[in-house]
Design a protein around this ligand. Structure first.
Ligand code: PLP
Length: 397
């Protein structure tokens, strides 16, 4: 069964993904099962998506209830779950208004468009440059890709769009030097995810905010990976006491249903009037019902705080591995967005973990990333750490 699926998949899919040799059939909490009935503890969570774990009962119930009522109508009409979700996001963030879309890349597209439109309406169309960071990741559509600071992601897709530029992440002097009246917005991940789980210095984002204010540029945080409790706060920027003008969300927003959002504060949000931007599927009743149940569960169960505590425990255990194995250089990250930097390629460790029943992945060449459901237990973490300990001790890598 599974070999047949894998063979068919290899024949029919565009070859954009190199997949691991297992067919996943079901999941519950932090556990997944393949078609052979083998179980795996999931430290990938769909890449920081299933923050409540798989098949969460509150999300299942919200979906089942909504399915009986309504899948989709156009955004020409009001619906209840979409409105309630937007109100809950506004209530729990800096934002005044929300635009819904279907993915992270689309949320960043919306942010770039809103920022440019804001200045264009003020008669400052020359202020259109989006400044982001080297090693950043903002998505695969043309504008999101143009804002991404990694050459390998842009290779072969020229011409890259004009109006984008880059500065090194976590280097305030470089940003200060690049800032001028053409800069419309600074777009940053508070912690770079795909770039290798790179945390900023404590004062960096505050200094960026100050610089943006001084030079009249907007600040956009891409919290697609860091949001929804992942780093130990509902949104990662809360750790740094810095408020952006715009913020993008996706990944964990609906715990696995495809959904993105742009959150904005006034007066920037007002740049989007009727007809300025749109999405057929943006915020359908189904996905917003799932997202509302996800957000309510995160808040009611205080899961960001749980992620902070479990993450601190996990990071200590990872730091301990780093202190005992020469191949491990250091532990990185915050909350449950964590990584281990190795002195060699990390892919063989990912394979060895898979053989032992643990899903992890690597970012950049030499970093193992850990982004489990926020409900992962210390026991599950201990089991993974014991497995890594054994792999680092063996000659497998
Ligand atoms: C995953 C990710 C994106 C892209 O999201 P998609 O839903 O794959 O388009 C953008 N920014 C960050 C920080 C991400 O982690």
């Amino acid at each position: 069964m599974s070999s047949q699926i894998m063979q068919t998949a290899e024949n029919v899919f565009a070859q954009t993904y190199k997949r691991f040799p297992l067919v996943i059939e079901k999941g519950r909490g932090s556990t997944l099962w393949d078609t052979a009935g083998r179980s795996y503890t999931d430290f990938v969570a769909g890449i920081a998506v299933c923050n409540l774990g798989h098949a969460h009962p509150a999300v299942n119930q919200a979906l089942a209830d909504q399915m009986e009522k309504l899948y989709h109508v156009s955004n020409l009409y009001y619906t209840i779950p979409q409105t309630e979700l937007a109100a809950a996001l506004v209530e729990n963030s800096f934002a005044d208004r929300v635009f819904f879309c279907n993915s992270g890349a689309e949320a960043n597209e919306a942010a770039i468009k809103m920022a440019r439109k804001y200045y264009s309406e003020r008669g400052e169309a020359g202020r259109h440059v989006i400044l982001s960071a080297t090693q950043s990741f903002h998505g695969r559509t043309m504008a999101a890709l143009s804002a991404t600071g990694q050459a390998k992601i842009k290779k072969g897709f020229d011409p890259i769009l004009p109006g984008f530029d880059f500065v090194p992440f976590n280097d305030i002097a470089a940003l200060r030097q690049r800032m001028d009246d053409t800069v419309c917005a600074v777009l940053l991940e508070p912690i770079q995810g795909e770039g290798g789980v790179n945390c900023p210095a404590d004062d960096y984002l505050g200094q960026v905010r100050e610089l943006c204010d001084q030079r009249g540029a907007l600040l956009i945080f891409d919290e697609i990976q860091t949001g929804m409790g992942r780093t130990g706060k509902l949104f990662a920027h809360e750790h740094f006491a810095v408020t952006p003008d715009l913020m993008t969300l996706a990944k964990a927003l609906a715990n696995g249903l495809p959904m993105g959002a742009l959150l904005a504060r006034e007066p920037v949000a007002a740049a989007f009037g009727p007809g300025a931007h749109a999405s057929t599927f943006g915020g359908t009743p189904i996905v917003t019902a799932a997202a509302l149940a996800t957000l309510q569960t995160l808040l009611a169960e205080n899961l960001p705080e749980l992620a902070a505590q479990t993450g601190a425990y996990f990071k200590d255990r990872l730091a301990d591995l780093a202190s005992r194995h020469a191949v491990v250089k250091r532990a990185l990250g915050m909350g449950l967005l964590l990584a281990l930097e190795l002195d060699r390629p990390a892919a063989p460790v990912v394979d060895a973990c898979l053989e032992r029943g643990f899903l992890i992945n690597c970012v950049q060449e030499r970093r193992l990333r850990f982004v489990p459901p926020l409900t992962i237990t210390r026991g599950e973490i201990d089991d993974l750490v014991a497995c890594l300990d054994e792999i680092f001790t063996s000659d497998d890598i």
